[in-house]
Structure formats: C-alpha cells, structure tokens
Design a protein around this ligand. Sequence first.
Ligand code: 5CA
Ligand code: ZN
Length: 503
Amino acid sequence: MNMQHKTETKTVLQKENNFSEWYNEILKRAEILDVRYPVKGVYVWYPYGYKLRNLIYAILRSLMDKDHEETLFPLLIPKEELMKEKEHIKGFEEEVFWVTKGGSTELDIPLALRPTSETAIYPVFKVWIRSHRDLPLRIYQIVNTFRYETRHTRPLIRLREITSFKEAHTAHASRADAEEQIKKAVAIYKNFFDLLAIPYVITKRPDWDKFPGAEYSIAFDTLMPDGKTMQIATIHLLGESFARTFDIKYEDKDGSLKYVNQTCYGISERCVAAVISVHGDEHGLMLPPEVAPIQVVIVPIVYSSEGKTAEGKESEGVEKVCFAVHEELKKAGIRAFFDSSEERPGAKYYKWEMKGVPLRIEIGPRDVRNNRCEFVRRDDFKRMQVPFGDVVPEVKRTLNEIQACIRDREKKAFLADIYIYKSEGSGAGKGKGKMEELKRKAAQGIVSVFLCESERCGQEVEERLGVSVLGEVIYEEENAERREGECIICSRKGRRVYIARAY
Ligand code: 5CA
Ligand code: ZN
C-alpha cells in the first residue's frame, strides 16, 4: 500500500544517541503507526503495522490457547464494581476515563472505560464458579483498554488507548495451584519473547511497585536502545483479595465453601514497540522472519546500470521467472511479495529494507540465463547465489538462520549491557566513587546490585542513581551468581536486584 510518506530515497537514520527521533521516523516511514490522530496518546495502525501486530498476536494466541480459553467482556464497567476493591482502585483512580452521559441525559450509574478488566470479569466469575469442578478457570481476552496516563505519552509504549491489551485471568482452588499458574505464565511469556527474539530480565517487583490489589508482581523488562528498560509483560498473584471483595467461592470436595485463589497477567503492544526498537537499525525495521508480514521480497532487475530498461524480451523473461518463483514460495507457505511496480530497483531495495523484510531475491536477465537468482539478507546484507531449483529450501534455511542470528546477536548485546556489581564487603559499596560508577553503568543499561527489602534503601538508590529498582532477580537455573550480599545502602543482608533507568 502506498501512503503519502515517501520512502524512495535512501536515508540513513541515526539510531545511536538519537533513539526517540529514530523511533518516530521508523513508525512513519515503515508505515506502522500514524500519529496524526487528534487525541493525545491515541494512534492509528497503518495496514502494514497492523499486519505485523496480528502476526505477533497470532503467536501469543496460539501459546495461550493451549490451556486458556479466549473470551470477550464488556468495555464498560459500572462505577460501583470498579470502586469495590480498595487497593485496586487506589492504584487506578486517577487513570480512569468516565462515561457519564447518554446523549444529554446524565447516567444513573457512571460507567468506566476499562483500565484493565478485573472488576468487569470477577463479578461474572462469581456466578460462573460453583464447585471445585469449575476450577481451574483460565480465560483471556485481547481488547482495548483506556488509561488516562499523565506521564509523557508515546506511540505503542505509553498509550491512553491501549489497543492490544492481552489480559489473562485465572481462578484456582488453592494458593499452591495459583503459584503453579504463575510459573506457567512465566514459561509462556518466555516462549513468546524468545520467538520475537526479544531479550529480557525477569524480576519480582518491589512491594511499593506491585500491581494495585496484587500480593506480588513479576515483570519482564527489555532494554531499549537508549539504555532504558521497558516493562513488556507482568504477571500478578492476586491471592484471595479479589475473591473476598467479589465473593468468589467454590464448594470443595468435602462440601466446605472456599475462596478461589487468583492470578492475572498481561501484555500490550509494547511487545510490538520492542520488536521495532530492539532489532531496527539505521536502514529501518529489521523484522524477525517469524513475524515479518513479508518474509521475502522478489525484485526484478530490468534496468541496466545506465538506467535503460533491458531488452523487451529479456525483461519479459525476468518477469515470468519472478512470477514463477513467487508462486512457488507462496505454495510453500512463505509470505512472499513480488514487487513488479514501476520504481527503480534501488528505490525498491530501500523501501523493503525500511519495512524490515528479512530476505530479498534479485532476478536479472543474466540470472535468468544462468538459471539462478541472488539472495540478499536484511540482517547483514550478505549476498548469495542460488540455483532456481533450490529456491524454496534455501529460503527456508536462510529465514531460519536470520531468525537465529537476530536472536543471538540481541541476546549477546543485551547481556553485555547488564553490569553485575560485585560488592567486596567491608562497606566498599558505599563510597561516593562506587555510587558514581554505578550511576555511570546504569546510564547505559541494567545494573545488578545487592539491596535489602526496606523501601527506604530502595528509594535512596532510586534517588541517588536516578534509576528505578526493577526488583529481585528471578534466577535462571544456569545463573551461578551469588544471591545474597550486603545492601549497597545500609549493609544489612540484601538480595540481588536489577536497577535501571526505566520507561
Ligand atoms: N490486569 C493486570 C494484568 S493484565 C494489568 O493490568 N497489569 S499491568 O497494569 O501491569 O499491565 C500489563 C502490561 O500492559 C504492562 O506490563 C505493560 O507492559 C503494559 N502497559 C501498561 N500500561 C500501558 C500503557 N499506558 N500503554 C501501553 N502499554 C501499557
Ligand atoms: Zn538496606
């Protein structure tokens, strides 16, 4: 689809040191999101951006569908329900959009646009759940939610209308079952971000930063090119708090009535923002083949170097071969596009590079004569000659290789940006020099330090270093780092936490 933004000219976009501008340019030039809608924090998906969004969410859906059922709850929540859970509403009060009128008539009951759906869903859980046989109950929905964000809004990252809020809500017979579900949710999200080739850290948020109404919250954070972290997923143990508020009980095997134990977990289009930001470069988007709307673009080379078209017959031959290759790729289930437009090949290269197409196939008269074509990879621009007979298997192999290369490269870069501070005891961590060093490191990425549980120490670190405490590190099995040490502020017993400047 050809929009008004011109993409014909090769322009190199500085990403380093200029991330914000780069990001906005890419959204526009790659036709992901149109930011010209006249409501703050509310944006329009371009068709190409929406295709990318849908491919990403298709992965999420297929992972969720294994043990959740998709549903759809109303957007409007009666004020009374929204206000019921005291901790929850304390957290969201200032972020709620209200519908108070129908035409010119004041509504009897003001209606909230869901900021998230606990208070829409749980009154219905109360009537759905009767017996232990109804448990576990695991549902999810992908909907728009509304939050009156007062901090600086940003496309896909901090929205007032979140268009693609995937929220899962589960109810269980026991706390142990709910905790088991938390582990499953972590595994699903790991799987999801691994497929998107997005690196992350997983932490348990400090108590003062947990989801309103939750017992604890676990978060996935990735690192953006400007050295700040972005929270890309959260998983909350709700325990019995909402069950008590909304009176959600089940009859156990022995006939006794018990409160259910709940969890919820969510992901928004920040996952799309992460794919764009983490992988893109100065030429534009670089989409992992798993989610690229176009995985392969075929470009006929019907111009000679002087800009003259190839001989009529030769040009026809090229077109015919391109068409045949296109058909073959489509038949093999590959998302391919044959760019037969009037533009010059160079302009086509830049356009599809900008849109992040992982692989380009060039076919010119000489290639046709020699029964071969040329592959050009988006990730390293390496060229490769491939006989026509091998195109399908070679495309498959190359796409897999690109996916793996992008993943490994990002993982490596990410790990290099995590600085593990080793306090050597004897108060060495408290010196001014150490704090300066930590501040410098935290300006570039994520820093791991020891911190005690007190909110005071947490806040002191946040203030002195200009960072957020992401939370206690949740360990991967292979990670052998020491887990306990002296709090860098008060020297009491502390746990390993990640700190970083955060979005
Ligand atoms: N009910 C729970 C679980 S679904 C919930 O609302 N959790 S949340 O508030 O943490 O939101 C889930 C995820 O949505 C966050 O981790 C974050 O990645 C994303 N998110 C939150 N607010 C916004 C926003 N204003 N714009 C874009 N994404 C957002
Ligand atoms: Zn401390």
